[in-house]
Each structure stands twice: as structure tokens, then as C-alpha cells.
Design a protein around this ligand. Structure first.
Ligand SMILES: [Fe+2]
Length: 392
């Protein structure tokens, strides 16, 4: 066994009804909160009004920033940071899916650092990315999807508008202080978004399991998450009111978050970030879904034992097979799951233009190099183009 470390300081509050603890958890951290959310979904579901009421009841004043968008930008975080500073906010709450939570985390940095948030996100012309300091405001995340695991990770993803690079702010100071994972909040998520978020959970799990930097705890969490997604995601997509399926998907999101927070992602995320940076209308989980089957076909020769285990976790019958034979079934398992959740897509279905594939590969090798490097087997530019072509 190789020596390893595992670190995750988030206070996890999970299970049905835990949303009701929001006021008391925030009140312990600050008296003036910025609540970050999107424009519509939380309001429509009644979660925004409930959150505001709970904060008032707990004696917390609230500044609302309801501008979070899918694939958030550095400009949005800078705007939110200025507002948080001007209104003397001393705690930031993210309420929603990954976009709202990542925006909240980026605002917590922007409010307390003089540099534009882009300097925390990119390399290249800015040199080494900055690491958020301990001045970062405390963050509370309430996730309303079983998706990005942002509530449990030290990452906040955003796109730099000027360069169209989608990268992550990373550092221990942006771990949320509290993560509230109440599966009842996920019951209002429509089927297509449920499916895309679930595929994101699956990719976080697969990429941390099949990762040259993996370690025993991450492997254990990732395997549990994969089997939960395989069993319960189709049910959650078919019937959003299936409470057991929603609870198990919330658990899968948590397990994947612990794995992701300690290993980071690999080639799928390294390619998907450039895709949704160039095509911001592409939902993250759908971009990943479009590449999953080709990934399942590319990886068996690079990590046969891991792919064999993946096939088994996805429910494929691998009894009596060698690792090489079983690994060959992983792609079929992935395909079957994507079909069950109506997300068997190709990149062309998402509006990605064929001539942009080389740029996507080049961007991945540029600013997502760390994810490429953690993928087993040395990946060349040709390998990346081949994966994209097979997904097109
Ligand atoms: Fe992701």
C-alpha cells in the first residue's frame, strides 16, 4: 500500500428534513449572509422563501444574489464579491445545484481578496493560479440536486469570459463549513436534469476510482457511489417522487464528493470543461454523458482490473471472466445505464461543431493538464482527438 492522506473538514448534515437546520447553522458563522441562488427554480419550488424565513428567525440578515447561471463566469463572481463587500456580508450561502454553490464559493473568495477571480482560475498569462487565503468568507452549501458534490469539495468551477477557459478555484479555504444534503429538496428536479446530475456523480466516481492518484478511501467511496447510481438513478429519473431513489442518489453524491475532494477528476472532466467553456449552453452532465461510452471503450487496455470492477458495479455479469474480458463489458454497462436515463447523446446532439474538436483537445492539454495526467496510460493529443471523434 502506498502512503496516503485524506482530508475533508466539511460538517455534513444529511437526510430528509435537514434543510430546516439552515438558520441555526448559518447563525453560528455570521450575522450578515449573502444568499446565492439562481433566478427561478428555488423561488418556484418555495425553497428560497423558506430559506429567507429560517435565516430571519435565526437573527441573520440576508442579502440576496439571485444571478447564478449554469456554467458561471468570473465576472459574475466579481460582481457578487463587490456586493458582499459593500454590504458587509460575513458568511455566504449557496442554495441550488452546482452553479449556485460554485458561485457562492467564488464570491466568498472575491469578497475578501483584491485580485479579480480570474487570477484564481487560470494559468497561462496569469502564471500559477492563486490559492484562496484564510480570509475567504465561511461558506454554507445547500444542495438541491444529487449532482456536482460541490458542497463537499475544495473546488469552485467557473469560466473566464475573456479567455473562454473553464477551470476551478481550488484550495482548502473554500471547503464549505457546512453542507446540507436534504434529499427531499431534490424531488422537484425534472427528469432530464436529474439524469445529467446523476451522470456527473457517476463520472466523479469512475474518474476517482480509475485515477493514478487514487487511494483506498477514495476507491471505497467511489465504488459505493457507482453501484448506487447504477441501481437508483434510473428510478429517480423515471419517478421523481420515488423517495428511496432520491435518498440513495443523495448518498451517492455524498460518497462521490468524498472521493472527488481527495483525488480530483481525470480525462472526462478535462475534456468536458473546454466543451462547456466554448458552448456554455451545454449542461456539464450532458457533455460528460456524450463521451462516456467512448471512454468505456478506450480504457480497458489502460486499467483492465479497474474496468472489470466497473463493469461488475454497473451490473454486468462478469462471472468466470478474466479481467481483460470483464473490462470489455464496461462500455456496454455504461451504454445500458445511459439508455435507461434517456441520455445516450453524442457531442453533435449538443451543438458542438466538428471543427472545434482539435481546440477542445488543445485546451484540455493546456489548462486541464492535471486531469489528463492522472488518467492511467499516457494520453496523447491523438488519443484525446480519437475519444472526441468517437463521441461525435
Ligand atoms: Fe463534474
Amino acid at each position: 500500500m502506498q502512503p496516503f492522506t485524506f482530508y475533508n473538514p466539511v460538517e455534513l448534515v444529511a437526510g430528509p428534513g435537514t434543510f430546516e437546520q439552515l438558520g441555526e447553522k448559518v447563525a453560528k458563522l455570521g450575522c450578515q449572509a449573502m444568499l446565492v441562488t439562481g433566478r427561478n427554480a428555488m423561488r418556484k419550488a418555495g425553497y428560497l422563501d423558506r430559506a429567507l424565513q429560517m435565516l430571519t428567525d435565526a437573527g441573520v440578515q440576508c442579502v440576496l444574489f439571485d444571478k447564478a447561471i449554469p456554467n458561471p463566469t468570473d465576472e459574475l463572481a466579481d460582481e457578487g464579491g463587490r456586493l458582499a463587500r459593500e454590504t458587509n456580508c460575513n458568511v455566504v450561502i449557496g442554495l441550488g445545484g452546482g452553479s449556485a454553490m460554485d458561485t457562492a464559493k467564488a464570491i466568498a473568495v472575491a469578497a475578501t481578496h483584491s485580485q479579480p477571480i480570474a487570477e484564481f482560475l487560470v494559468s497561462g498569462p496569469y502564471g500559477q493560479p492563486r490559492i484562496p487565503s484564510a480570509a475567504t468568507l465561511p461558506i454554507v452549501c445547500v444542495t438541491t440536486t444529487a449532482g456536482t458534490s460541490s458542497q463537499l469539495t475544495p473546488f469552485a468551477v467557473a469560466t473566464v469570459t475573456a479567455t473562454r477557459q473553464k477551470n476551478a478555484i481550488a484550495g482548502r479555504n473554500i471547503y464549505p463549513r457546512v453542507a446540507i444534503c436534504d434529499p427531499t429538496l431534490t424531488m422537484s428536479v425534472p427528469p432530464r436534469i436529474t439524469a445529467a446530475c446523476g451522470i456527473d456523480v457517476l463520472c466523479h466516481s469512475i474518474e476517482t476510482f480509475i485515477n493514478t492518484m487514487t487511494q483506498p478511501l477514495a476507491e471505497a467511496f467511489a465504488q459505493r457511489a457507482i453501484s448506487l447510481v447504477a441501481e437508483y438513478l434510473p428510478r429517480a429519473v423515471a419517478d421523481g417522487q420515488d423517495a428511496e431513489a432520491r435518498q440513495m442518489m443523495s448518498l451517492a453524491d455524498i460518497f462521490a464528493g468524498y472521493a472527488l475532494s481527495n483525488c480530483g477528476a481525470t480525462v472526462l472532466h478535462a475534456l468536458e470543461h473546454p466543451i462547456s467553456a466554448l458552448y456554455p449552453h451545454v449542461p456539464h452532465g450532458e457533455g460528460l454523458a456524450a463521451m462516456l461510452i467512448a471512454y468505456g471503450r478506450m480504457m480497458p487496455s489502460r486499467a483492465p482490473a479497474k474496468l472489470a470492477r466497473l463493469a461488475e458495479l454497473l451490473g454486468e455479469d462478469v462471472s468466470g471472466l478474466s479481467d481483460e474480458q470483464a473490462a470489455g463489458k464496461a462500455a456496454a454497462g455504461l451504454q445500458a445505464l445511459l439508455e435507461q436515463v434517456n441520455l445516450r447523446l453524442r457531442l453533435r446532439d449538443l451543438g458542438v461543431e466538428h471543427e472545434s474538436l482539435p481546440r477542445i483537445a488543445d485546451d484540455a492539454l493546456d489548462y486541464m493538464q492535471r486531469g489528463i495526467a492522472k488518467t492511467p496510460g499516457k494520453l496523447t493529443r491523438d488519443d484525446l482527438i480519437a475519444l472526441l471523434e468517437a463521441s461525435y
